[in-house]
Design a protein around this ligand. Structure first.
Ligand SMILES: Cc1cc2nc3c(=O)[nH]c(=O)nc-3n(C[C@H](O)[C@H](O)[C@H](O)COP(=O)(O)OP(=O)(O)OC[C@H]3O[C@@H](n4cnc5c(N)ncnc54)[C@H](O)[C@@H]3O)c2cc1C
Length: 404
């Protein structure tokens, strides 16, 4: 070992929400973890709720609890007690009580979640952070991963986790191919203050260009996810604030009363990515490094946190037995636990996006009669709601609220 080299059990490339959640869960169990990321978040005390929020379903909240940061996030979050879909003349409501729950989950600002997780990992003695820094390259040598960082440091690990987002360097270095679709859609996001109460109901309006969702935040605030064509999104962002608000009022039928912007509106290009495999020798991909989907139905990070939970459990079980967490058997176990959930969600959300975001009369009719059927047949509606929340197979211990 040279002066600039370190050793760790688990090296996580990417300290976004997914990478930091994994680091916090493993770190709380005393497992030796290192995390690399380009940018640290702002300190929590200076962090303002961001224009982007995440609707976390109950299983994901349990995973965030396992990372030890839910108590700090809860005050910035609003319970999601019902979801309403408005599609032309159809108005259908899904209430959490219909499946015996108080709420489906909570809507949390991204900035708060990442800042609390970052503070958490910094407080854990078994976690080392290399932030700001970046993974440049890695190779496998003598049953170890040898990772090279941007500043020339070398880290030796038993397992490398690629949590470095949609343009993952780890995925590229491992030569893992992916299926990628670029949608002709952008999502505009912002937080608004409004005069009417949202009653903890999230509302989604369906338009040919894509859905527009109002998702509750604490008090009379909501976050907006407004899917439009890239050209229309650019036009909307260029509008005077008062004209942007008027347009939003019209598109949401004045549902929330008077509106004021709390954060500036931003826009995000949308697409779908699915990595052909989740593992390579001594490497596992998680979260957006492995799969990206449209924000419609708010599944992205929920799916990612299930990767985090499964990988954390596989690693912890293996280390308890004194085994090497980077072996083929361990990685195979992780891959087989995650494959069906990931494949069905990525294809399902892609299909849903195509059905919802169009003005072809036959598809519109099909979609509306689908919603009507769901509304008329309660057991079917219940199954749809349960499936929307989490997979019915292989629920992880952490998602079920049990210890690691
Ligand atoms: C508009 C919108 C709304 C959404 N709403 C929801 C929702 O309601 N519910 C939901 O579940 N999901 C939602 N999602 C999806 C969710 O936001 C993402 O899945 C999630 O933020 C991605 O987290 P991540 O940690 O996988 O990736 P990222 O946040 O992209 O983190 C990757 C990290 O890796 C770092 N990195 C990159 N390259 C390197 C390198 N070479 N070395 C080291 N570090 C590196 C980056 O700096 C970054 O911090 C939404 C997405 C969008 C676009």
């Amino acid at each position: 070992m040279t002066q600039n080299s370190c050793q760790t059990d688990i090296l996580i490339a990417g300290g976004g929400i997914a990478g930091l959640t994994l680091a916090a869960i493993l770190g709380r169990a005393g497992i030796d973890v290192s995390v690399i990321d380009n940018f640290p978040p702002e300190p929590l005390k200076d962090t303002k709720p961001s224009a982007r929020t995440i609707a976390l379903m109950q299983g994901s909240v349990n995973i965030i609890k396992a990372a030890g940061v839910w108590d700090q996030c809860k005050d910035f979050s609003a319970a999601l007690k019902a979801m309403r879909i408005t599609d032309h003349d159809i108005d259908i409501e899904f209430d959490a009580f219909e499946i015996g729950q108080e709420e489906f989950g909570f809507n949390v600002p991204n900035s708060i979640l990442r800042a609390t997780l970052y503070e958490q990992v910094q407080s854990l003695p078994s976690v080392t952070t290399y932030i700001p820094n970046a993974l440049e390259d890695y190779k496998i040598e003598d049953n170890h991963v040898i990772a090279e960082l941007k500043n020339g440091e070398i880290i030796t690990a038993r397992l490398l986790v690629g949590a470095d987002g949609r343009n993952s360097s780890v995925r590229k270095i491992s030569n893992i191919k992916c299926r990628e679709i670029k949608y002709k859609q952008h999502a505009i996001t912002c937080v608004i203050n409004h005069s009417n109460s949202h009653d903890n109901i999230s509302t989604e309006f369906h338009y040919p260009s894509g859905p527009l969702a109002l998702v509750p935040l604490p008090g009379n605030q909501s976050s907006i996810v407004w899917v439009e064509t890239p050209e229309r999104a650019e036009e909307l962002l260029a509008l005077k604030e008062s004209t942007f608000i008027e347009t939003l009022q019209t598109q949401t039928n004045g549902l929330l009363g008077g509106i004021m912007l709390e954060t500036k509106a931003q826009s995000w290009p949308l697409g779908s990515i699915r990595a052909k495999t989740l593992t390579a020798p001594r490497m596992a991909l998680i979260a957006e490094a492995a799969h990206v989907m449209s924000p419609i139905t708010a599944q992205g990070l929920n799916l990612s946190l299930r990767d985090v939970a499964a990988l954390a459990e596989v690693i912890a079980d293996c280390l308890r037995l004194g085994l090497d967490p980077g072996t083929k058997t361990i990685l195979k176990n992780y891959e087989s636990r995650r494959r069906i959930d990931i494949t069905t969600r990525v294809f399902g959300v892609d299909g849903m996006n195509r059905i919802v975001s169009n003005d072809i009369p036959a598809l519109q009719k099909l979609r509306q009669s689908g919603f009507k059927t769901l509304d008329r047949i309660p057991p079917l509606k219940k199954i749809a709601m349960q499936h929307g929340l989490a997979p019915q197979i292989d629920e992880s211990r952490l998602a079920a609220g049990k210890p690691l």
